[in-house]
Design a protein around this ligand. Structure first.
Ligand code: NDP
Length: 510
């Protein structure tokens, strides 16, 4: 489409041979027990990027055994914070060293722009450094106020063996929101990356080995949710599951983990609203709305996919959003100027399109896009920047996670009505407000049902700030000191000082 900013094929080099990915079990790189493999075809360039071993129950069993034995043996779990922090810092340096290689594979497997992939890898090494700082500074509590003859301590101990199951939208970043925090706590891990994006997790395994993290601490099994992911949630030797992905699979994991009462931490979907008041800095708001919906092609749990704009400015705001959307460079992810790349699979592209078609059939207006996008020279799947208005709050496109570059626009008259629309949702991951009035922003921040609220900004994140959702967006938190706490158990130690306790059996009764 000539009216959009479409970036066509770059000269960048695609590796001649696919990346070969194997399981990491107890420190050795292994084929699947049954020899099965699968291939990942690039969603943007149509070439085979990765040939990976396809794990089965035997491979999961071996990986969990390695993680369990390593944890129980105790050297890693009881290592000093200084020692564990040293390993994490080394991994961070190695990630920086390998940034270009990791970013290229991430782009080819996921279809995301190369510039964004590089920024994510940079963000990931920062997470490893931050987790290293937590490894050295974590501590429990002491209670010196229990009486003159008592002293209490709360020890923080690693929870044990952790199953880490990750999705395809930010493969390297999401594993880095989990693994270094688990390692900082002293846990051992079995990781399953999405079957669509296995390569960069395998590279991370190589870097953990190169940094000297002992064998069996980090294990990786490649393959599908069924049977690999499922077995990682039911095995009695696993103490905790941490998962990022769809709400449906999150609920299934809670059910299967309940059989053995494992701790489950979930980072799930969102239908995240941004509310725009008439007194907002509209130029910044339009830019943030465009960023919020097209970043990662909208395949993002934090996608700002639901705009709630004041009636007085709605028409102007929609028009400015449409105009700016046309300027966003969509196209070849290997071109450094591209800001929005390919959609992960043809099936997902169809799912996005179905939401749009159904909304149109129900009377919605397509203000921009609403169809696939062809990029000259590429065979992959791309979707146009899409803006939809004239919607009702009960339509699936407004309530469900479309996970594509599709913006839904609703309108409001009063703050009460806006907050009502924000909270009338199954999800509660993040929410945003745009107003120059601090009282409006604070009232919104306090009343919005969401794990994160942004005021006059969107999607800023920091390793120090916890991240997670309320309602059907998940349970538990990642990042910050809360992210470390997820991987720790509290143990109460109560001590009597001196022989001051009155005997329970009175000596006179003996
Ligand atoms: P899923 O939730 O199905 O996949 C996420 C991960 O879970 C993958 O590694 C997957 O394996 C694994 N998995 C699947 N089934 C099970 C199971 N029963 N037990 C344990 N692990 C399992 O996401 P999809 O890729 O299917 O995407 C579907 C939708 O999910 C998207 O359209 C989007 O709405 C949402 N989503 C949300 C994300 C977020 O960041 N919150 C991320 C990704 C998706 P496998 O390799 O077989 O896929």
């Amino acid at each position: 489409m000539s009216e959009l900013n479409v970036v066509s094929i770059s000269e960048a080099q695609i590796p001649a041979e696919p990346f070969e990915a194997r399981h990491l079990i107890g420190g050795s790189w292994q084929e699947s027990a049954d020899g099965a493999v699968f291939e990942r075809v690039s969603p943007s360039h149509g070439t085979v990027v990765t040939r990976a071993c396809k794990g089965g129950l035997k491979d999961v069993d071996a990986a969990i055994s390695a993680a369990r034995e390593t944890f129980d043996q105790g050297d890693w779990a009881r290592a000093s914070g200084k020692e564990r922090s040293g390993f994490l810092l080394k991994v961070a340096d190695l990630i920086d060293r390998e940034r270009e290689r990791i970013a290229l594979l991430e782009t080819l497997e996921s279809g995301k722009p190369i510039s964004q992939a590089k920024a994510e890898i940079e963000g990931a090494s920062d997470l490893w450094r931050y987790a290293a700082s937590l490894a050295r500074t974590m501590h429990g509590e002491s209670h010196n106020s229990l009486g003159s003859d008592m002293l209490g301590m709360v020890l923080k101990e690693p929870i044990g063996v952790v199953s880490i199951i990750t999705p395809w939208n930010f493969p390297f970043l999401i594993v880095s929101q989990k693994l270094p925090f688990a390692l900082a706590a002293g846990c051992t891990a079995v990781i399953k990356p999405s079957e669509m994006t296995p390569a960069t997790t395998v590279i991370l395994g190589e870097l953990c080995q190169e940094a000297g993290i002992p064998d069996g601490v980090v294990n990786i099994v490649l393959g599908y949710g069924d049977p690999v992911g499922a077995a990682m949630t039911t095995d009695t030797r696993v103490d905790m599951v941490t998962f990022t992905g769809s709400t449906g699979v999150g609920k299934a994991i809670v059910k299967s983990a309940a059989q053995t009462l494992k701790k489950v931490s979930l980072e799930l979907g969102g239908k995240n609203p941004q509310v725009i008041f008439p007194d907002a800095d509209l130029e910044s708001a339009v830019d943030a709305v465009v960023f919020g919906i097209y970043f990662n092609a909208g395949e993002c749990c934090n996608s700002g996919s639901r705009i709630i704009v004041h009636e007085e400015i709605a028409e102007e705001f929609i028009q400015r959003t449409v105009d700016l959307s046309r300027e966003v460079p969509f196209g070849d992810p290997l071109d450094p100027s591209t800001k929005v790349g390919a959609i992960i699979t043809p099936e997902h592209q169809n799912k996005i399109d179905t939401y749009v078609r159904e909304a149109v059939e129900s009377g919605a207006d397509v203000r921009l896009g609403g169809a696939s996008l062809s990029v000259p020279g590429l065979t992959g799947h791309f979707y146009q920047p899409t803006v939809i208005s004239n919607l009702k709050n009960d339509m699936p496109i407004v309530r469900e996670e479309v996970f594509g570059p599709v913006l839904s626009v609703l309108t409001f008259k009063t703050l009460e009505e806006a907050i009502g629309l924000v909270n009338d949702a199954e999800y509660g991951l993040s929410a945003g407000v745009w107003s120059e009035n601090v009282h409006t922003c604070l009232e919104f921040a306090r009343r919005a049902q969401a794990g994160t609220v942004w005021t006059n900004t969107w999607m800023d994140g920091f390793p120090e700030m916890p991240f997670g959702g309320v309602k059907e967006s998940g349970q538990g938190r990642e990042l910050g000191k809360y992210g470390l706490d997820e991987f720790l158990e509290a143990k109460t130690v109560t001590m009597r000082i001196g022989r001051t306790r009155a005997p329970w059996v009175d000596p006179r009764d003996r």
